[in-house]
Design a protein around this ligand. Structure first.
Ligand code: ZN
Length: 328
């Protein structure tokens, strides 16, 4: 997938990009070494695997290196950094975080790294954030547990937002290094992601309008629903994070909601055990499927979801097949 994405980037950008790529390979960015932490180009630390992969694509074009703090399969809501991670953040030229409270167990480390002089780019607040709970899942979340108007951090599940994010990363790297090549690199990755957005729409077109209903483990799909015209009918874990538990009466109410929707599949999270979603499926009864999606993390090698583009295309196929009963 990486090679495919890269070739698309080059194809989209034409001869200018080739010249740029050769320049970056030959001498690294900022050949006079005026800025940056390493002689090989800019040094970037990203928090999540999604941000790490998008940043990698920009940095591969312009020169430099990206270290991703979270391992593949980590839940961003529940990741605590090591002391080496904290050192890496302070030493990096740029730290790219999601923000809006996603990295719950990383927030104090991010704040203290910023206090120690780290430059932190929080991407989600720049990508037209939406409040939690705008997508019709009123019944599942009970009083006071639906995020209370907080902004939803799960922006990456709308590929068009991450296309804008790639441009922001490129512009920020150009500002950090003084090398405008990163602006062009960011635009190239952005163009590649816009193509992926179109592919996602094409895959999801298989789902009829009245079957575009999502029931998921936690409230991660607000942006996805908004972008791709789905309704979130309910979520198992209240409060917008993965770090809570539904009561048995909430689960029973949600099961009734799910029966009323008639959906063929409900969705779990590859980064967490499926027990809660399995419990909901048992409560619903019948032969409803539980399908795990790549929500907060890329997938492992061989999963098809090892790049951000691959992750979103895989999710689109899983959702389309699950809701239309193709895999049933
Ligand atoms: Zn989440």
């Amino acid at each position: 997938m990486g090679a495919v994405a890269r070739s698309r980037v080059l194809a989209a950008a034409g001869a200018g990009a080739l010249a740029l790529g050769l320049g970056a390979c030959g001498g690294g960015s900022g050949g006079d070494g005026s800025t940056g932490g390493t002689s090989d180009g800019v040094s970037v630390v990203a928090t999540t695997t999604v941000l790490g992969d998008v940043a990698r694509q920009v940095v591969e074009c312009g020169g430099g290196e990206v270290r991703t703090l979270m391992p593949v399969g980590a839940d961003p809501h529940d990741f605590s950094p090591s002391s080496a991670d904290i050192t890496a953040m302070v030493r990096a030229d740029l730290v790219i975080a999601n923000g809006l409270g996603l990295e719950e167990s990383l927030q104090s480390a991010l704040a203290s790294a910023a206090d120690d002089g780290a430059r932190v780019l929080e991407l989600a607040p720049l990508l037209d954030p939406l409040p939690f709970g705008e997508h019709g899942h009123d019944a599942a979340a009970t009083s006071g547990s639906d995020g209370g108007g907080r902004e939803d951090p799960h922006v990456w599940l709308d590929v068009s937002r991450m296309a804008k994010g790639a441009s922001f990363i490129g512009a920020e790297l150009a500002d950090v290094t003084g090398d405008d090549a990163y602006v062009t690199c960011g635009e190239q990755v952005s163009a590649a992601l816009s193509e992926t957005d179109t592919e996602v729409r094409d895959i999801l077109a298989a789902v009829p309008a009245d079957e575009r209903i999502l029931v998921t483990d936690h409230d991660a799909f607000g942006y996805f629903a908004d972008a791709y015209d789905f309704e979130v009918a309910g979520v198992v874990i209240p409060g917008g994070s993965t770090l809570a538990q539904p009561s048995s009466s909430e689960l029973a109410d949600l099961a009734q909601t799910v029966r009323d929707t008639g959906v063929r599949a409900i969705f779990a999270n590859t980064a967490n055990p499926t027990a809660l979603v399995d419990a909901l499926a048992n409560e619903v009864g019948g032969d409803i499927q539980v399908i795990a999606l790549y929500e907060g993390s890329l997938g492992p090698e061989g999963s098809g979801a090892e790049t951000y583009q691959g992750m979103m295309l895989t999710n689109a196929h899983l959702i389309a097949d699950g809701l239309t009963g193709v895999t049933g």
